[in-house]
Design a protein around this ligand. Structure first.
Ligand code: ADP
Ligand code: ZN
Length: 738
């Protein structure tokens, strides 16, 4: 597949035998290594195997190593793989994303090429055919086999089918093969994807049509742009961006659609099927290795046109990416919080930039970052102001808990209870929202009032009646309820403090003993299939009351759902980080948006002790611009993102003193950046000071926007030697501060 001719005119893109190639490998450690080019040469971007010590490692030819003057004897590239090259746009993206997120180029390449997949390997199907005319006397068994093969078969036949049809053992087949009477042929498994057809929506409203045309023209320009597509839930954002997808397909380019959580895409698959029939694939962590291999190869050669999936798909090596869509762009799960840290949405924009692709960020409640980018005209803005058809936005009211106080150990106000019973009467569904799993988040000992905590983490244990266990929500550890209190050693009983959704269920069951109730949290389904079934029951009207965590907030259309009761968000509202208000607003707007998407108009009640809070007011009045402007002003004043940059360094170790000492030494060095107006906070014990037996110390760095903080930090960090006992996480643009 490496087509030498196409490189002939630009010799600098093709390295000849004996040249030195600088290769980025997928091996941890050294970023760039020099190798001699083998016979036949290799293009820039060529995917190769190279030797590192005694191992063979996957890598990519990154640059011409002409200028490098090394004294050691260079090794040769072991093999140039028969795969399309990694195009310069992909290489540039990887380079930039590694610089931005402060991870190594090797790590970026691992995200892109997935070295465990054995890309080069081909898979075959084996068939048997008639082998020779000259046949001696046959045993009855052998005759049966040959009869099947020679009876003028049109279809090839595989081994197991042949065995079962002729009722012989495998040894008989082997014997025939040895004699040459039958022959085994191998056919490579065709793992390409079918071509797809692109069609445009024919039912768009006038306004939708205008937006669709604008988006399509962005795609048609085959150049970079980013557009915010804002519109309330149900306004047809998906319907409209499907048109943009169709446009990219017509141009022969590829499309990447990102979702914050893959369970969201269940209805999306159906919509893709309806529009494009086939030629798309889903990418996320639980896809099988074999399927991933197939997808990765087809993305690389450009035959697979539409990929949708989780944030990690943004690193895939597209051949010709023409459109990137980030659905629910404000969602915080785009931020990768484990291993290498990056923000899927921001990487998507970067990807678009390097691929000359249009980027569409989709949301009903855009992130402040994106909203400010539209104000500053870095991004375009398109708005779908109303729900499609006759559906209207839910009416939102507050239940002031200071006035309408709750009964002791009860969590549902009179207002919500009455509203739910009316829903049941008129055969409509209610959703009760509480973003807390389990029965209770905290248990305290009746004798000493101490809480039960995790042995490995700085976290209280939540009681989960479903599992008949106590759970640590940080490390997942399970405990049995102790007989003796670990603090006071008394034989103790424990008092639950506050509710989780299981406790709400208890209350709802006692109020509505005949209602059909469905609990929805990540604890309540084991697989995606379970979840789909549950959504199916709700969609079919087999449920009266849904009690759910944020799992319920996204992407699903439930035709009978017309009331949402929000039970408790005050804690989230006072969460203390810079995005607490914004994120609470986004979450609640989304949850409330589940109601009344069909003929019956929706309504929502929010129970709160803070009815004056701007978030509460905005949820009722739908005056989002005022709220966003306020948030913008606050952040501008504090010089925090998007009006300044932040980088968090999280140092962890099983010995607290070791982590703290390293952090202190590091901080001293970072102090040199103060001359650039960089502010340094810490080191300090993290808000959650221990997770999985590791103590955590944080340093927070705040820099003006113009300061290239990443490269300044890199200069300091490359010189630091990390002991084995210390783990350092670099979190650029952190969104969590614990
Ligand atoms: P959003 O992505 O903004 O939540 P959707 O695209 O999912 O909105 O649209 C909401 C519902 O309305 C969907 O069931 C969708 O099929 C329907 N819908 C929206 N616009 C149209 C349209 N122009 N023609 C037909 N159905 C539409
Ligand atoms: Zn724990």
């Amino acid at each position: 597949m490496l087509d030498r001719k196409s490189f002939q005119n630009s010799s600098s893109l093709f390295l000849e035998e004996g040249d030195t190639a600088t290769v980025v490998t997928t091996q941890r450690g050294k970023e760039l290594l020099n190798y001699l080019v083998p016979k036949g040469g290799v293009p820039l971007g060529g995917i190769v195997n190279v030797p590192i010590r005694s191992k063979i490692v996957l890598g990519v030819v990154w640059s011409n190593g002409k200028s490098s003057q090394t004294s050691y004897k260079k090794k040769k590239i072991s093999k140039v793989l028969d795969l399309p090259i990694l195009k310069s746009e992909v290489r540039n993206f990887l380079q930039k994303s590694s610089e931005y997120n402060l991870f190594s180029l090797n790590a970026a390449l691992r995200l892109c090429l997935n070295p465990n997949l054995n890309l080069e390997k081909s898979y075959y199907n084996y068939f048997y055919v008639f082998g020779s005319e000259k046949i001696e006397k046959l045993t009855p068994q052998r005759k049966r086999v040959l009869d099947i093969l020679s009876s003028k078969r049109k279809e090839p036949i595989g081994k197991s089918e042949l065995i079962s049809k002729s009722k012989v053992s495998e040894a008989v087949i082997r014997g025939l093969e040895k004699k040459g009477y039958i022959k085994k042929i191998s056919v490579p498994i065709n793992d390409s994807f079918a071509a797809i057809q692109a069609t445009f929506s024919t039912t768009l409203s006038k306004h939708q049509k205008k937006v669709s045309e604008n988006l399509r023209s962005k795609v048609k320009s085959e150049s970079y742009s980013t557009t915010l597509l804002k519109g309330v839930t149900g306004s047809g954002k998906t319907e409209v961006y499907m048109d943009a997808i169709a446009e990219a397909i017509l141009l022969g380019r590829q499309v990447l659609v990102l979702f914050p959580e893959i369970s969201l895409s269940t209805t999306f698959v159906e919509r893709l099927q309806n529009r494009f029939k086939f030629g798309f694939a889903e990418w996320h962590s639980t896809i099988s290795k074999k399927e991933k291999r197939r997808i990765l190869k087809s993305v690389l050669d450009g035959s697979l046109k539409i990929i949708f999936g989780a944030r990690s798909a943004v690193f895939l090596p597209f051949h010709d990416l023409g459109l990137v869509i980030v659905d629910e762009e404000h969602d915080s799960s785009y931020k990768q919080e484990e291993g290498l840290r990056y923000h899927g949405r921001d990487m998507a924009v970067l990807k678009g930039l390097y691929s000359d692709a249009a980027v569409i960020l989709v949301s009903a409640t855009p992130s402040l970052e994106t909203w400010v980018n539209v104000l500053e005209m870095k991004y375009h803005g398109e708005v779908l102001p109303e729900r499609f058809g006759n559906a209207t936005l839910p009416k939102v009211s507050l239940v002031d808990l200071r006035v309408n106080s709750l009964e002791r150990n009860k969590w549902l106000s009179k207002e919500i209870i009455e509203r739910v019973s009316w829903q049941i009467e008129r055969k409509q569904q209610s959703l009760l929202f509480l973003n807390r799993r389990g029965y209770t988040p905290v248990l305290i000992c009746e004798s000493c009032f101490e809480t039960l905590t995790c042995k490995s983490c700085d976290a209280k244990l939540a009681e989960h009646k479903l599992f008949q266990a106590l759970l640590c929500h940080l490390c997942g550890a399970r405990y049995q309820l102790p007989k003796f209190c670990p603090s006071c050693r008394n034989e103790s009983s424990y008092v639950p403090i506050g509710p989780g959704i299981e406790r709400i269920e208890e209350e709802v069951r006692s109020l509505f003993p005949n209602a059909r109730i469905e609990l929805l949290s990540s604890d309540h389904y084991n697989s995606l299939e379970d979840l789909k079934e549950c959504f199916g029951r709700i969609t079919n009207g087999e449920v009266d009351i849904i009690i759910g965590t944020q799992l319920i907030s996204k992407g699903h259309n439930f035709p009978f759902l017309s009331f949402v009761g929000v039970l408790d968000v005050d804690l989230a509202l006072k969460g203390g980080d810079i995005r607490a208000a914004e994120n609470t607003f986004q979450l609640l707007r989304q949850v409330i948006g589940r109601a009344g998407r069909f003929e019956i108009s929706g309504e929502a009640y929010i129970q709160t002790y803070f009815p004056e809070d701007p978030v509460m007011k905005t949820l009722c009045a739908y005056d989002d611009e005022i709220f966003m402007t306020e948030q913008k002003n606050l952040r501008e004043l504090a010089r925090v993102p998007p009006f300044g940059r932040m980088v968090a360094l999280i140092i962890s170790s099983s010995v607290h003193g070791v982590a703290m000492k390293f952090a202190k030494d590091l901080t001293k060095e970072i102090f040199s950046l103060q001359k650039y107006d960089v502010e340094i906070y810490g080191p300090a014990d993290a808000r959650i000071s221990k997770i999985r037996k590791k103590y955590r110390v944080r340093i927070l760095i705040k820099a003006p926007k113009m300061v290239p903080i990443q490269s300044l930090l890199k200069n300091i960090l490359v010189k630091k030697k990390l002991q084995r006992t210390i783990n350092l996480i670099i979190d650029v643009d952190p969104i969590n501060f614990y």
